[in-house]
Design a protein around this ligand. Structure first.
Ligand code: ZN
Ligand code: ZN
Ligand code: ZN
Length: 129
């Protein structure tokens, strides 16, 4: 019964979970990070690759982490479980506040637009933003 289970256009999608990914391009050794990494829910199986902006190689992140709730600092799943202050719209968009202090590990340029041209998810027609 597994025949014909291909995705038909914009039919069904698996449930995805947004994660934070660290990418390394094996070709140019480039490095980037993205808060728009989508994994199959409950797993770290990356569903959409992103392309290296220098050589256009589609890459999987070498590491993915849970997105943390910017309000309470818990992983989003935990925050939601605990009744959650987490709100999708909070993360990495329109973060005008200056809280650079403890954020020296992750460097997503919240101010820069998402590189949809390098994101295979966006390019499949399913926009991240
Ligand atoms: Zn590259
Ligand atoms: Zn929270
Ligand atoms: Zn995207």
């Amino acid at each position: 019964m597994f025949r014909g289970r291909r995705q038909r256009g914009r039919g069904r999608r698996p449930r995805l979970e947004r994660k934070y990914g660290f990418f390394g391009c094996s070709s140019c050794k480039g490095h980037w990070e993205s808060a728009q990494v989508y994994c199959v829910e409950g797993t770290k199986k990356v569903y959409f690759k992103q392309e290296c902006k220098r050589c256009n190689m589609a890459c999987n992140p070498y590491r993915v982490e849970d997105i943390e709730c910017p309000r309470c600092g818990l992983p989003v799943a935990d925050c939601k479980e605990n009744g959650g202050c987490y709100d999708e719209d909070d993360v990495d968009e329109e973060e005008e506040e200056e809280d650079d202090d403890d954020y020296d590990e992750r460097h997503v340029d919240a101010k820069k637009p998402h590189r949809a041209d390098l994101c295979l998810k966006c390019r499949s027609g399913w926009k991240c933003t």
